[in-house]
Design a protein around this ligand. Structure first.
Ligand code: HEM
Length: 151
């Protein structure tokens, strides 16, 4: 298998694990946590802890394979071209998650739990919905753009 095919396959595999997990947390775990009186935040935190350990592998994998394809195909100029907005969106989303996973989350973990768990779940749900919408738009743009659709 040629290295570009392998990089593309691993890129998409990483995206499936990462964005699929984000969708599950946003659409299943957080709504369930919101409806559970009292124990909701504990449920979310237990799921998130497990998932963030795994996603700390898939997010770097997506970045490494993405940069490998960009370098091999010499696609750097696309980051400055609005027609390829989805290249910038991929990079922006990746940078944001790297920051969340490796800087912000470890800092938050050291702080005491929130005073109002219900309000905390509401805020988490809103943040996850925004991230999922951005990830879905990025994935749609990337597949359509890669396969010849011109924006
Ligand atoms: C550092 C971050 C990233 C870089 C440098 C990057 C780079 C690339 C490159 C170079 C391609 C191939 C483009 C082509 O062949 O014309 C690609 C494809 C793709 N990327 Fe990314 N990417 C990154 C992050 C992401 C993220 C965060 C997502 C998901 C939201 C994503 C989803 C995809 C998808 C779905 C494809 C299309 C695969 C296909 O249908 O063949 N990428 N990416």
């Amino acid at each position: 298998m040629d290295d570009l095919v392998l990089a593309r396959a691993l890129h998409v595999l990483g995206v499936i694990h990462w964005i699929g997990g984000l969708a599950f947390v946003t659409l299943v775990v957080l709504p369930l946590s919101r409806s559970e009186a009292g124990g909701g935040l504990v449920l979310f935190q237990a799921v998130e802890r497990r998932f963030s350990t795994q996603v700390r592998l898939s997010v770097p994998l997506v970045g490494a394979t993405g940069f490998w394809m960009t370098w091999r195909l010499d696609l750097w100029a696309r980051f400055a071209d609005t027609e390829y907005w989805w290249m910038g969106a991929m990079l922006g989303l990746w940078l944001l998650f790297m920051l969340l996973l490796f800087v912000i989350e470890p800092l938050m973990a050291r702080r005491a739990g929130p005073d109002d768990p219900t309000a905390a779940i509401r805020r988490l749900l809103l943040a996850h919905r925004v991230l999922l919408a951005a990830a879905a738009a990025t994935a749609l743009g990337a597949v359509a753009g890669t396969h010849g659709f011109s924006f």
